[in-house]
Write a new protein. Sequence first.
Lengths: 143, 143, 143, 143, 143, 143, 143, 143, 143, 143, 143, 143
Amino acid sequence: MKKILVIHGPNLDLLGKRETDIYGRETLAGINEEIGESAKRNNFTCEFMQSNHEGDIVDKIGKTDASGILINPAAYTHTSVAIRDALSAKGIPTVEVHISNIYAREGFRHKSLIAPVALGQISGFGKRSYLLGIDALMNFLGE
Amino acid sequence: MKKILVIHGPNLDLLGKRETDIYGRETLAGINEEIGESAKRNNFTCEFMQSNHEGDIVDKIGKTDASGILINPAAYTHTSVAIRDALSAKGIPTVEVHISNIYAREGFRHKSLIAPVALGQISGFGKRSYLLGIDALMNFLGE
Amino acid sequence: MKKILVIHGPNLDLLGKRETDIYGRETLAGINEEIGESAKRNNFTCEFMQSNHEGDIVDKIGKTDASGILINPAAYTHTSVAIRDALSAKGIPTVEVHISNIYAREGFRHKSLIAPVALGQISGFGKRSYLLGIDALMNFLGE
Amino acid sequence: MKKILVIHGPNLDLLGKRETDIYGRETLAGINEEIGESAKRNNFTCEFMQSNHEGDIVDKIGKTDASGILINPAAYTHTSVAIRDALSAKGIPTVEVHISNIYAREGFRHKSLIAPVALGQISGFGKRSYLLGIDALMNFLGE
Amino acid sequence: MKKILVIHGPNLDLLGKRETDIYGRETLAGINEEIGESAKRNNFTCEFMQSNHEGDIVDKIGKTDASGILINPAAYTHTSVAIRDALSAKGIPTVEVHISNIYAREGFRHKSLIAPVALGQISGFGKRSYLLGIDALMNFLGE
Amino acid sequence: MKKILVIHGPNLDLLGKRETDIYGRETLAGINEEIGESAKRNNFTCEFMQSNHEGDIVDKIGKTDASGILINPAAYTHTSVAIRDALSAKGIPTVEVHISNIYAREGFRHKSLIAPVALGQISGFGKRSYLLGIDALMNFLGE
Amino acid sequence: MKKILVIHGPNLDLLGKRETDIYGRETLAGINEEIGESAKRNNFTCEFMQSNHEGDIVDKIGKTDASGILINPAAYTHTSVAIRDALSAKGIPTVEVHISNIYAREGFRHKSLIAPVALGQISGFGKRSYLLGIDALMNFLGE
Amino acid sequence: MKKILVIHGPNLDLLGKRETDIYGRETLAGINEEIGESAKRNNFTCEFMQSNHEGDIVDKIGKTDASGILINPAAYTHTSVAIRDALSAKGIPTVEVHISNIYAREGFRHKSLIAPVALGQISGFGKRSYLLGIDALMNFLGE
Amino acid sequence: MKKILVIHGPNLDLLGKRETDIYGRETLAGINEEIGESAKRNNFTCEFMQSNHEGDIVDKIGKTDASGILINPAAYTHTSVAIRDALSAKGIPTVEVHISNIYAREGFRHKSLIAPVALGQISGFGKRSYLLGIDALMNFLGE
Amino acid sequence: MKKILVIHGPNLDLLGKRETDIYGRETLAGINEEIGESAKRNNFTCEFMQSNHEGDIVDKIGKTDASGILINPAAYTHTSVAIRDALSAKGIPTVEVHISNIYAREGFRHKSLIAPVALGQISGFGKRSYLLGIDALMNFLGE
Amino acid sequence: MKKILVIHGPNLDLLGKRETDIYGRETLAGINEEIGESAKRNNFTCEFMQSNHEGDIVDKIGKTDASGILINPAAYTHTSVAIRDALSAKGIPTVEVHISNIYAREGFRHKSLIAPVALGQISGFGKRSYLLGIDALMNFLGE
Amino acid sequence: MKKILVIHGPNLDLLGKRETDIYGRETLAGINEEIGESAKRNNFTCEFMQSNHEGDIVDKIGKTDASGILINPAAYTHTSVAIRDALSAKGIPTVEVHISNIYAREGFRHKSLIAPVALGQISGFGKRSYLLGIDALMNFLGE
């Protein structure tokens, strides 16, 4: 079975606990469970990580043997050349997702350093962004 | 049954006929068929339009009684305040999709005038962007 | 009697039906009636058009034999070089009006491509912007 | 009777005496007379001031008990945060007017610091800008 | 015989009737006649269109079976991603022409969205720009 | 006893009377009293001024014999090179304070022309900004 | 007793050891002692951390149960969206301090990503910036 | 005898008393004396003013009957549209001078709002800038 | 017979020898021969120069007695104010040509300092750009 | 013997394993060996570190007792003020190296935050950049 | 006797022959004569050069033994880092002059690369700019 | 034996004679001698040129039969598209060197037009930059 690495960037451990008006009441554990089930139904396994450390995310990408990456880079979307370079160096098909619609927020959030090296980007559908993202990724990997 | 208006912007009538290396070999008719089937499975109906005319798209949005809009604004993504205003005036939940990854192309394609008034945006998954988009939209409307 | 061409740009057909908190409850028909009465009182006739099509507006300007133009270019204020060029080519005295105060909205609405070729601009007074505009125009034409 | 404060910014004391090709031959006194008559016809009184001093204009706004303000901020349109803050602090309905079409002049005149805190702006109709402006203001105050 | 599609953008129907000091006294019909004769001499046929509608031009490019396109995009030079995408999708050799020298006019006219997808650009020679353009195009197609 | 010159810029005379939701209910007189008491406790005297006139503030700085300056330049923070030059010419230790958090407001308020010539800046703590500022200044002068 | 979390960003462990001409001779331990004493006098407790790791700071903010945060983000002031998002997610009242006057240094230091989500900012008073900051924070928390 | 109005902008009353390393030890009185003598030798009279008030300078320009103006706008060089407009409205030949070389200082001092409406500008020669300036002005007026 | 000065800018001596995939296999001598023949057929003579020296080109323009100038400024297109000023000072009708399509290359090549002072510009047709250019120039001179 | 600290930034652990067409087939271990030998020949010792963590690199610089630093900051070149500040605080002579020519890549890689605080920068020579860099550094330290 | 090197930049050999409405009817020879006489009266000698070659001007500056330089860099004002560096390397007091008012012309002429390394700049007084410039220079050298 | 062309740009003839605090006391002759010796040791010959003329450098590159180029473009680094094009046209491996650290100087020196067409760039090591550069170049040519 092919493996998908699911990466949650900084502050996503607070999901469902803080700013629930913006991000909803789902916890990260709950979301991961749904992602995992979706993967399982399609004969993929998932490995999950959440980290507030840019370096941890770079480490993980550098070492992973996954066939695809589903990443919500959160704040690092806009500031991390290192994660971009890691994704680019590994060349593993990657889907970028965002819970909120980053294009309806502050100007600095409209620019993603990650998008140009990803297959594509999904933004604005809450928890559903993850489920659409893994769908897109499995579809691509299954081709 | 709730209706979804599916709008294809300029030049999308050429899909599957031109630049197949970039946009794939699927024709618009083929894609519409798949979108329609997905909608049907979820008890939605679809109305399709393709136009190269900004004004036609604005007219359509202004007159529609659809419950949701799935739009690939193509070139008008980057230049049409009129379509943005139409979507904003009607206030119908809208999902923006792109076949190619607009963030991996020329700089002027990185800016969407539509995104800030949409629920969310999906970019880069070829034909699949439409299917993910209608999934997201039906999910939202069904809530 | 001199004729004034009154042009309403994209989405203004929705006036009084949508976003009434921003644009008020007056319909376009109602506004046109008031404009027409004001013109009549001053011995002018009016011809009205509303279009969501940039090309229609350019066509109309190119063919009109009016002595003056009162235009609310709406979304095309910020994107249409074609309408600007049409006004400039015809050289008919033109007054630009806006229902909302465009300078109190998003940054991209602060720039008018039309204003530099108009006599002047009136922005922010709701329906009244039109009545002030035709007053200014008739006053100019009557000089 | 409600009072309207009419403020003329820097160099407007020279009206009718200098650059008559641009600003016309009307003097400020003549314009004030016409404004006053228009106000009177609608049961408003006017208080007039002209000052070249940003601070005087701020002082006046801070102390006024007027129901509305009609202001041609002239050069301070583009440079005075202090006048903007004064208008904003008092919250009195304000109409901004300009004799010339500021959008057909040098680039630095295209940006008004005042417009975002005004009801609206009227630009380009010579003396008539004032008369349209007081009309708009009285109309608003009479609502 | 190979066919050349000659496209005249917005407001060019006014040629020879308006702003003759800038654009000269030649009418569009007269110019088309000369283009046609030049084509005939080289065994090409021409199809002519003039439209003020961006969508019409996109439609025409999408459907044409011409071997080459000679286009004066006029105002759409600076604002139409849709026409650019149409030209790019069809991949038909295209020459862009301008009657006036766009680099000696307002700053916003210095940027062409069309030029990067054209063979080349000719600007500033009045009616002659068209004749030079068709010469360049026939020369290219005849290679 | 060393003297501290306390300068309040434009519109601060309206403190406690206008926009109390933003600036609080304290009047300038009340704030000055607290500043004065704090100074007295530390064996400093204070001289207070409030002016809406950039020139008055420049005059005062130019003539003062104070040992330190506590200034809330308000609107002039963003527009006055003259006040900056006055502070720089005199070389008297200066602390800049702001009642509101200028970095959480409009973009044009994020740039202070005064800060580069001040000891430091305190922004966002309401009336408390003044008390922290005089504390910082007395601490510096007492060193 | 309410707790205040005191966060020192990157390189602040070198305080008093390096660049003493700019940052002074006080060590971080010495500064923390003074902060702690000030807190104690007002019945607050302090928890101190210094880290060169953006992720550590985000972790700490995410997990803290403090009532207020006093932070000198140092270099991360200008580059960390992650710390901004952490502060924003937790919504704990935060005061941003800087030892040097960041507005008198290189241009890239004039922009703080943290300030818009903080109560306020204090910059330029050396060690004293911390003491003023905790004063402001305790004052706010005690209200 | 023709009269020359000599205007010294903000902070120039401090000349010779402050920042003597930059501006030299000459006082304004001393400089005026030398300017006056130079004028006298050429049969011109001088009227001198120094003001820190933008409005005073605008007032003076508006009312003067001088044949020429020699102005060191100091800080207002970079911020005053009002003084520019006054000079432009009066149309009196004007020479702009600066004691220091404004192009060797901070970036914001490189832009003069006054220069485009002056005959010319002299910058960087200390007291001598004034003497060169009056020489240039008298030469122009004497032509 | 009227004379045309043909100027080839820097590195054009390498034509046909280097980067033949971009610039083609024609040598400068070959191109000059074709230009000369075209001129001869229309009763013009040509004088040719190629130089890598900006100063040589300025010298030549300053001294020439030609009736028209055909120039490919190559690299100096984007950097030479001196050549622009020479053309402007002499006022001889000038046509600017480029072998490659400069608008399809690096961003810094999109800006021509020469175009605003030329009759027009022809870009992108290889050797043919010269022949179209001399055609345009002779046509203009012959009018 | 003097010690040189050799720092490899993010993703450099993948050297020789990924993107070998860009970065070559040398592994980091191999490169370190060559650097070490070069150092040894000149009586220097080396300490090597590679980290994907900005904070680790800042920690290391803060604690090192090396006489010189050779750093390839990789992605952190463009985003890390923290590493810049660490180098600046320690004041140890530093040489910045890059394997690829950063000036021939994406625009955001053309700006180094590190270069202004380094002795110098070497970019584009593959593995050789390190060997040239240590040569430069030893040469400097040996002076 | 001290020597002054007088440098005239590109196209100034055309003075008095071309564009006399802008630059006047004085020839360069005539201007040099007047400069020479002014120098002689003050016991200075002059050496004159005019060149259209940036390199010649750099050569001359590099080799001169003059005590001062009077330069009108003309077009090179805005483009020559090489002349700036030559002046900076030699460190000879330099005065920059311009015949026309460069601040009243195209935007690209508002920026001088030379001014920051000159004593000062004189712009806009026609021939007189040179005479004022040598006066300023001799005055400086005589101090 | 392979030949390396060593090009020194403008003002480098002054090395060791001027601004020795910045550029050191080595003369160009001395540096060339060391470069030559280093080349000789590796069986390369060198040809040296220094010129202040952009055109001379372009001429030389165009005509050279060298196998590699070592260039310090000095001021032309930032302004010469012509030298860039010459290097690009010839396609000879080129190393760009700078004596000073251009990234620690004025902003306009941070941008090299040459770097994108060079193998790599070495900046900031004084004379040593040349020796490192020839080392890098010989290493490349010897591969």
